[in-house]
Design a protein around this ligand. Structure first.
Ligand code: 2HG
Ligand code: ZN
Length: 470
């Protein structure tokens, strides 16, 4: 096996060696085949892979990693390419190998009694969801991108989504992992245990580390009973503070059945109606809340309708509509899930995926809006997000000439002031590395670097992502 370093090893030599492992069709090296792997979903980040490797088994992944480690060639793991932070896009050196697990997409096991599913890293999230559905089970990770996002990417980015307030982030679903290290060792931790307190919980290092510490080849995920009843409602509310009053009223009235609580500004839905020709079934309002509740017990609809009657009577909300059919539910969710695309069609936007303590949302928005309007007049703020868990997508539509880094710093300073996070669910990727280095304390960064150095001493795993080494 080759021992030359990347400076001396030719691209075609590495591709040849990799083909010995994964077969002729398991390595893509034609320029046209490489194109989809050279940019992110939004075309914000561009790069040029040396080649793309598509292994079929965990052992092949291990062999690929050993080859790349011996050659000193960086590896960039690539899932469904649905990320928004450029975490899966290689640099433009032409030296980085993109590793896709698309051919490792098996569902290895479903344990109905134990409520678990074991899936390979390349399995599409929606495929895994559908596989458990007719067993009365739910894989409760819900994202607009679930038709393309792969489990390996979901785990390695600790994906969030629209039901985090009830079920937690992806991390809270993960019972076991199979990981291939940067040096090509296989760690088999595919335990199906709800309780496992035996020493360090090493799998946590790989969850959310965006492929910088290891390759996630398979995972055991915790399922949950699929609720038999669901109610979805759209409310018009006068302000974010009123939305939080509705949230508290909902917690009091329907408690743990609350599954989704999304906040959308009037201008966000105006973008959707304009670019996607969707109709909002309420009069134009300053803010909207999309609320979903689910339960297996009867009486959910009555309880939710009475909650809505109450919040209207108390003028926390001005208007509301409850979906009467699955189609109407889907139509309400389409409004929410189309915002990203509509924003993209509107022009250049600078995204901020932030979280603040839920109770600080109104003050955060007031302060950030004032600061942005004062410093960057002529921009437009597109606020929406998962208010029920404190995560806001505070996106700003800007002219082409605007200094994005200056805007990021301004917004993130407000986030830090309110005790928030500069990345609630989208991760750091390559987009937020500088900002993470600026906003996290020296000791937090020092610990992160020690872990990176221990697990990837040659810095070959997704280099340049998540962490600046110095
Ligand atoms: C969502 O919540 C996604 O729809 C995308 O996280 C957010 O486009 C965005 O900024
Ligand atoms: Zn989101």
């Amino acid at each position: 096996m080759p021992t030359q370093k990347v400076s001396t090893m030719r691209r075609d030599e590495l591709a040849f060696a990799l083909r010995q492992v994964v077969g002729e069709r398991g390595v893509l090296s034609d320029e046209t085949d490489l194109v989809p792997y050279g940019h992110d979903w939004r075309h914000m980040f561009k790069g040029r892979p040396c080649c793309v490797v598509l292994p079929h088994t965990t052992h092949e992944v291990a062999e690929v990693m050993r080859l790349c480690a011996a050659a000193g060639v960086p590896v960039v793991p690539h899932g469904g390419n649905t990320g928004l932070s450029g975490g899966a896009t290689p640099d433009d050196s032409g030296h980085q190998v993109v590793l896709s697990l698309a051919k490792m997409n098996a569902i290895r096991n479903i344990d109905v009694i134990g409520e678990t599913i074991e899936v390979e890293g390349g399995c599409i999230l929606q495929t895994a969801q559908e596989a458990v559905d007719d067993k009365g089970l739910l894989l409760p990770i819900t994202l607009a991108a679930e038709g393309s996002a792969q489990i390996g990417g979901i785990v390695s980015t600790n994906a969030g989504g629209t039901n985090v307030l009830r079920y937690g982030m992806a991390r809270s679903r993960i019972l076991g992992l199979e990981v291939v290290t940067s040096e090509g060792q296989i760690i088999n931790g595919l335990r199906r245990l709800r309780k496992d307190n035996a020493g360090y919980d090493w799998k946590q290092w790989f969850i959310g580390s965006e492929g910088t510490l290891g390759i996630i080849t398979a995972a055991v995920l915790q399922l949950t009973p699929k609720p038999r009843h669901r109610v979805t409602a759209l409310l018009a509310v006068p302000s974010p503070a009123a939305a939080l009053q509705v949230l508290c009223a909902a917690r009091g009235a329907i408690g743990e059945t609350l599954t989704g609580f999304e906040l959308m500004s009037g201008s966000a839905l105006e973008l959707v109606t304009r670019h996607r020709q969707l109709k909002v079934p309420l009069d134009a309002a300053a803010w909207y809340v999309l609320l979903e509740a689910s339960s297996s017990l009867p009486g959910l609809r009555d309880a939710t309708e009475s909650l809505l009657g109450d919040v209207l009577k108390k003028e926390m909300a001005n208007d509301g509509v409850v979906a009467e059919s699955q189609q109407q539910e889907a139509d309400l969710w389409a409004l929410r899930e189309s915002i990203t695309e509509a924003e993209g069609r509107e022009g250049r936007s600078i995204k901020h995926d932030v979280s603040v303590p839920i109770s600080s949302i109104p003050d955060f928005l007031r302060t950030a809006d004032e600061a942005v309007m004062r410093t960057f007049p002529g921009t437009r703020i597109n606020t929406f997000g998962h208010a029920g868990d404190g995560n806001l997508h505070y996106n700003v539509i800007v002219p082409a000439s605007l200094d994005a880094a200056a805007l990021n710093r301004l917004v993130h300073d407000v986030v830090v002031y309110f005790g928030g996070s500069i990345s609630a669910e989208h991760g750091i990727g390559q987009y937020r590395v500088d900002e993470l280095m600026r906003c996290r304390s020296p000791i937090e960064l020092a610990i992160a670097r020690r872990i990176k150095n221990a697990l990837d001493p040659q810095n070959l795993l997704n280099p340049g992502k998540v962490l600046a080494l110095r």
